[in-house]
Design a protein around this ligand. Structure first.
Ligand SMILES: Cc1cc2nc3c(=O)[nH]c(=O)nc-3n(C[C@H](O)[C@H](O)[C@H](O)COP(=O)(O)OP(=O)(O)OC[C@H]3O[C@@H](n4cnc5c(N)ncnc54)[C@H](O)[C@@H]3O)c2cc1C
Length: 382
């Protein structure tokens, strides 16, 4: 087993350089534009570049044409993307989330059908559909029903807040086979794009991560071949928990990246901005706030790294992953709020990045299970 090592390998260093090189050219133009123009630049530019580098779903195993990155390396990528644009990092985490159940428990045919397109060099998005109007934190309240008819699964229900909704080439969807909502009745089913009965709701108008297309999905007698259920019957709840436990560490990495970006911006500004005849950085109130942030960002990063190391080494990662998610999302909110204070009135302006950082950070304590749910997970293991 690998010993703990805080050195980034030469391959990981090259990976970071690759991500930064491809992201830099596209991010600034996309960030400067808003609305449809910005969204078009976002998808035609950065997302397309990531796809060309097989980094839209970096966890797809090499056997299926992917980069086959472990979670530690994926976290490094997501910290960089989080620092550049939370929207793009969120699209990547959604793809990873949708692919995860297939990688973990999919049949050979499912893997051969659905994984290679995610790593083919072209933009292939995937979606993960769990949340419903009455089932947010409480997934035992899932009401989307799946029943067997001949060799098919027939699915009816409504899913909310689906990232990549309407764009995804497939959706990994969780439904129940039982009215009583028992865990064992959960089933994970792959829903291909453009299937009869799948309707895409309106795009949600969100506070932040505006380029992340998020919609409702309405399923009316959607019928898919029985072989599209993932894993053995009764195993979907466990699969869902494994998917969450892995994804949460990566959500933490996005938070660390966003926190880093806000912190670095505020640090540079505080050294440039003179008041009372000297840089505001020389005021201890400012430099101590930045010093504290630097320490918190480093601490969250190490928690993310530890969780990802445990995942890569197939050790118990549930608690570490929830802790990493809390740490990353909290430091992102703290750093973006502090960056706005340090930048003063200018930080509040739309043409400065800080207000966008702050709006984007707000979502991180809500997605992948709210931070209260992470605390419930941790408490259940104490
Ligand atoms: C931008 C965005 C993108 C999203 N993308 C996806 C996606 O791609 N796929 C998907 O399936 N879902 C997605 N979600 C949904 C997200 O996972 C849920 O919003 C989240 O799980 C919380 O559910 P809820 O909103 O129904 O809140 P609720 O569960 O109603 O919670 C409301 C409040 O009560 C608290 N609470 C609830 N239960 C407990 C408890 N037991 N202990 C303590 N506190 C509790 C919560 O922490 C929260 O503060 C997305 C959400 C957003 C905002």
């Amino acid at each position: 087993m690998a010993v703990v090592n805080f050195n980034i390998s030469s391959e990981q260093q090259l990976l970071l350089e690759e991500v930064n090189a491809l992201a830099c050219g596209w991010m600034a133009p996309a960030a400067e534009q808003s609305g449809e123009a910005g969204e078009k630049l976002f998808f035609d530019g950065l997302i397309t570049s990531l796809a060309e580098h097989k980094l839209l779903t970096p966890t797809v195993p090499q056997h299926y044409g992917g980069r086959g990155l472990g979670y530690f390396s994926t976290a490094l990528v997501l910290e960089e993307l989080g620092a550049l644009c939370t929207s793009v990092a969120t699209v990547v985490t959604a793809n990873i989330h949708a692919a995860s159940p297939i990688i973990l428990a999919g049949s050979t045919k499912q893997k051969e059908t659905f994984l290679p397109p995610l790593a083919c060099g072209k933009t292939h998005l995937a979606a993960f559909a769990l949340t419903e109007p009455e089932a947010g934190s409480d997934i035992t309240a899932i009401a989307t029903k799946a029943y067997r008819k001949d060799n098919q699964w027939v699915i009816n229900g409504v899913k909310e807040f689906v990232i990549n909704g309407g764009l995804a080439h497939f959706t990994t969807l969780f439904a129940t086979t039982d009215a009583k909502g028992k865990r064992a009745s959960l089933v994970a089913i792959i829903i291909p794009k453009d299937i009869n009965g799948l309707k895409i709701g309106a795009v949600y108008d969100k506070m932040g991560i505006e380029y992340v297309r998020t919609t409702k999905l309405i399923l009316e007698d959607v019928s898919v071949p029985g072989e599209l259920a993932i894993g053995p019957r009764g195993s979907a709840y466990l699969l869902l928990m494994q998917t969450f436990d892995r994804g949460r560490a990566l959500a933490g990495a996005v938070g660390v990246g966003l926190a880093r970006a806000a912190y670095e911006f505020a640090l540079q500004y505080s050294k440039r901005r003179h008041q009372f005849g000297r840089p505001v950085f020389t005021q201890q109130a400012v430099s101590f706030a930045l010093a504290e942030l630097a320490a918190k960002i480093e601490s969250a990063r190490l928690m993310v790294w530890k969780a990802c190391w445990l995942i890569d080494n197939d050790m118990d990662y549930t608690m570490a992953s929830s802790m990493a998610k809390i740490a990353g999302s909290q430091v992102a909110q703290e750093a973006t709020a502090m960056a706005m204070d340090i930048c003063g009135g200018r930080g509040y302006l739309k043409d400065w990045p800080v207000e966008k950082y702050l709006r984007d950070a707000r979502v991180l304590s809500l997605i992948e299970g709210t931070n209260n749910i992470q605390k419930a997970v941790i408490a259940s293991l104490l």
